[in-house]
Ligand binder design. Structure first.
Ligand code: NI
Length: 255
């Protein structure tokens, strides 16, 4: 059995876990999962993530507003995120960023809300969890402007973009997408990331790795992602899990 599975990005507040959340979260430590960070999408999931983090020793969370929800960002939300950040179980501001694939919020609003939260994270000395979908140039420009600590989650860019993120001192997290057939680009990007900047994640309930693609994802499926990344890196999957666990502790300041 694998050990030291650190899921750096999950959404256990999602309604797809409503039927069995408690049983599932109770069972994860026995499957080698040592830590989970739940990413928030808005004020509601910032609160529900923190409630879960308080209920389980191994569980942590982030607080923040996702670009999809940027349109409903309210003036008091920044203070609310800062309030959450005082809790020792809240380890990051996120997920925040830009999503030009869905464009659920106008792009200028996404950018304003992203910038506000980047500034807040820097003020608080906290890492950020970045969501970037088809917005690589604008995301990179804002990361260069604010130079936050943190993670590019579910990395979907090129090896070249990975190089630019690495130059900023950030970490890159890979999930189930790296296991998909025809996943040439994520594999090339993962190959370009040194082991000391690599993280694993689920983004569950989404992004289930092969051979379970299509089913609901949870943190116990990370070994499938780790095996693929380990093959790219030429090490064992357990070594990859050990290294990425240490990296996650470092970026989330858990040591
Ligand atoms: Ni996510």
């Amino acid at each position: 059995m694998y050990q030291n599975i650190f899921d750096t990005h999950a959404h256990y507040d999602d309604e797809r876990f409503d039927g069995d959340r408690e049983a599932l979260l109770d069972a994860l430590p026995a499957k080698g999962v040592v830590a989970v960070v739940n990413a928030a999408s808005d004020m509601k999931t910032s609160a529900s993530g923190l409630a879960l983090a308080r209920a389980y020793d191994y569980f942590y969370c982030a607080a923040g507003v996702h670009p999809h929800e940027a349109g409903s960002f309210a003036p008091g939300d920044l203070d609310a995120i800062a309030g959450y950040a005082r809790d020792p179980k809240v380890v990051a501001v996120g997920e925040i960023g830009l999503d030009y694939h869905y464009d659920f919020s106008p792009r200028d609003v996404q950018q304003q809300v992203f910038e506000a939260q980047l500034g807040l994270a820097n003020d608080l000395g906290m890492p950020v969890i970045i969501h970037d979908r088809e917005a690589h140039a604008d995301t990179l420009a804002l990361l260069r402007k604010y130079r936050p600590k943190g993670i590019l989650h579910c990395f979907s860019g090129s090896a070249e973009m990975a190089g630019e993120i690495l130059k900023l001192g950030m970490y890159l997290a890979f999930g189930g997408a790296v296991t998909f057939k025809n996943a040439k680009k994520p594999a090339e990007a993962a190959a370009a990331v040194p082991l000391d900047r690599l993280l694993v994640e689920t983004d569950c309930p989404y992004m289930t790795p092969e051979p379970f693609r299509g089913r609901r994802c949870d943190s116990s499926l990370i070994p499938h992602t780790a095996e693929r990344l380990a093959a790219i890196k030429g090490i064992s999957a357990q070594e990859l899990l050990d290294i990425t666990c240490q990296n996650a502790r470092s970026v989330y300041q858990l040591d």
